[in-house]
Design a protein around this ligand. Structure first.
Ligand code: UT7
Length: 340
């Protein structure tokens, strides 16, 4: 789907951002001691130098909680005033109940509809569109969108082709009506024919977790890296181009490009092909690795801390992930301008 929503008569924006990464850091040097790899290979092929890893007792909701609290505080919104809480995650606390319901309870968001959304690394962009839609139609007043992942728990730490990529973290955004600006459009899609290129084979109804499945290590992420890489380089460009065109904008109308942090080479390819100036690109993959649905809000929080998100800053976010899914959102940043 693609939509220019700027003429919808209601402006909806992000009024608060929060992020959290677990304290423990796993460096490439640490990985050299675990699998047959090298810092040089990882940095050259991915741009990653280190990543954060959750403690055994930390689940997705535990990472989400501090991120959510920070976002609510920045927005000046009380959890009890939320109508909607969407948690994008591929690593929920449990298959059910939804991590969103767990988080709503911990936050005290007693009036909020709360559900999880599974769109892999595109989850945050998908969840942002859900919040936008709910607010624009009057279904919801204030929403909290969260991306939280404990990918370290579904990583096979003996598989060098995947374990060097992923990290843990969480990010959150308060979404609500703003006086002007805000979200301008979305482009979202999915191509399930590539689903098996990036999946966890066991744990669902197709292949329940059995001793046999565990023997075959089917509970871990399986990825055909080159196929996903090819797909990602293509859709990161087409999704952004199509959305900007739909919004009557060009690359010069992007002040800050916030791509999903999957691989520096994928981002570099997108930046080059879109014709974006490198100083307008936000990257922190070197310190976090690929944190899936947490990656874009983690970037937004750091961009805010670095003073890159002013009133009026035009932000383009694009992501690609399991599904295979992809998505972009284009918006004008509106610092502290909720219309209440
Ligand atoms: O968030 C969205 C989901 N994920 C992605 O977007 C990831 C997309 N894919 C990728 O980022 C890349 O495909 C990888 C980083 C996973 C792999 O990079 P690549 O340049 O595609 O490497 P490759 O799979 O073609 O492997 C090249 C060589 C192979 O050795 P041979 O066959 O040439 O001898 C691999 O066995 O590199 C080897 N290799 C490694 N060597 C050292 C694979 N992993 C490693 C490693 N350390 N960790």
């Amino acid at each position: 789907m693609i939509a220019n929503v700027s003429g919808n008569g209601i402006a909806v924006g992000i009024t608060g951002i929060g992020a959290y990464a677990p304290e423990r850091v796993l460096t490439n040097a640490d990985l050299e001691r675990m699998v047959d790899t090298s810092d040089e290979w990882i940095v050259t092929r991915t741009g990653i130098r280190e990543r954060h890893i959750a403690e055994p007792e930390q689940a997705a909701s535990d990472l989400a909680l501090p991120a959510a609290r920070e976002a609510l505080e920045e927005a000046g919104v009380a959890a009890r005033d939320l109508d909607l809480l969407v948690v994008a995650t591929a690593t929920p606390d449990m298959l059910f109940p939804a991590t969103a319901a767990v988080l709503a309870d911990e936050l005290g968001a007693k009036r909020a509809a709360a559900y999880d959304l599974l769109a892999g690394c595109t989850g945050f962009v998908y969840a942002l569109s859900q919040a936008y839609g709910a607010i624009a139609t009057g279904l919801s007043g204030k929403a909290l969108v969260v991306g939280t992942e404990t990918l370290s728990k579904i990583t096979n730490w003996q598989d060098r082709s995947t374990c060097i990529l992923f990290g843990d973290g969480a990010g959150a955004a308060v979404v609500e009506p703003v006086s002007e600006g805000g979200i301008l459009g979305f482009e979202l899609g999915a191509d399930g024919s590539g689903g098996s290129d990036l999946c966890i084979p066991a744990g669902g109804s197709r292949t329940p977790v059995t001793a046999d499945a565990l023997d075959q290590e089917l509970q871990f992420i399986k990825m055909r890296g080159q196929e996903v890489f090819r797909f990602a380089t293509r859709v990161m460009v087409t999704s952004a181009e199509e959305l900007l065109a739909e919004c009557g904008a060009g690359v010069d109308d992007v002040d800050l490009y916030v791509p999903h942090q999957a691989n520096k080479r994928i981002i570099d390819h997108a930046v080059k092909n879109l014709g974006l100036a490198s100083e307008r690109v936000f990257m922190n993959i070197d310190r976090y690795g690929n944190t899936s649905s947490a990656s874009i809000p983690l970037c937004l929080a750091e961009a805010r801390d670095q003073g890159l998100l002013d009133d009026g800053t035009r932000v383009l976010m694009s992501a690609v992930g399991a599904g295979l899914t992809w998505g972009s959102a284009y918006m004008t940043w509106t610092n502290g301008r909720a219309s209440r």
